[in-house]
Design a protein around this ligand. Structure first.
Ligand code: 5RP
Length: 233
């Protein structure tokens, strides 16, 4: 059964297409349930003849896109992307985000940076005053991951954050990302300075990428529980 939150996510997906997607564009398709609703909606436009060249930020989004008849271009072949549309786990009013709840943060950040613009789509529950209630995902290489975990903890402490850190597990097994890495989820509380934390975490050798996205999004399209939507740029 579709929840009110699902409906709000769909509203955001419909609105972002109306406002931002144009015939002939090269698009980056995000990951997570909100993005998948958007991709399913986009499939209707493609079936009606809209010409798009699309690449994705996860294997799961490739599957959804193909299911609805959207051909996927290899990210190495697409060149500069016009627009990437993706969802957050949390977003503040400066469009700073935590992403990676679905373990796709590395591909998501690569595709966002390969794009002229990124626009975020979300339901209203994702908007926060300060980032950090959602555990911050940090993607780390498998080799010596406990050493990397200690260094992540040190950097968080330098930012005044006493975090609880745990390796993400599913069905008793460590989660392995599309790129073969582990995810450390860091329960931070409030992140006072996400811009600096994003940079400092990425300076640790075993860290591949972290889920703070502070430079990517130029705006957000919000789906509300009352069926309306808002565009913030
Ligand atoms: C995956 C992500 C997702 O975009 C994020 O978790 C939002 O997911 P959802 O739309 O299901 O709430 O960052 O790595």
């Amino acid at each position: 059964m579709s929840t009110k939150q699902d409906e709000a996510k769909k509203v955001a997906g419909r609105r972002v297409i109306q406002e931002f997607v144009r015939d002939g564009m090269k698009l980056g398709l995000g990951s997570g349930t909100t993005s998948h609703f958007f991709v399913r909606e986009l499939g209707k436009y493609v079936a009606d003849g809209m010409r798009l060249t699309c690449t994705t930020t996860s294997r799961s989004t490739i599957d959804v896109a193909r299911e609805v008849g959207i051909a996927i271009t290899d990210p190495n072949e697409i060149g500069e992307i016009d627009l990437t549309i993706d969802g957050p786990d949390e977003i503040d009013r400066n469009f700073h985000m935590i992403k990676g709840g679905g373990a796709c943060l590395l591909w998501e950040k690569i595709i966002a940076h390969a794009s002229k613009e990124m626009v975020t789509i979300c339901d209203e529950t994702k908007i926060v005053n300060a980032l950090g209630a959602f555990p911050l995902p940090v993607e780390v290489v498998q080799f010596a991951w406990k050493q990397t975990e200690r260094m992540v903890d040190r950097v968080l402490k330098e930012h005044g954050i006493q975090a609880e850190i745990y390796r993400r597990m599913r069905d008793g097994q460590p989660v392995v990302t599309d790129s073969g890495n582990f995810i450390l989820d860091c329960k931070c509380g409030v992140i006072e300075n996400p811009v600096s934390l994003e940079i400092e975490l990425n300076r640790i050798p075993g860290v591949v990428e972290n889920g703070l996205f502070t430079r990517e999004s130029v705006g957000m399209v919000v789906g509300c529980f009352d069926g309306t939507s808002q565009v913030h740029m």
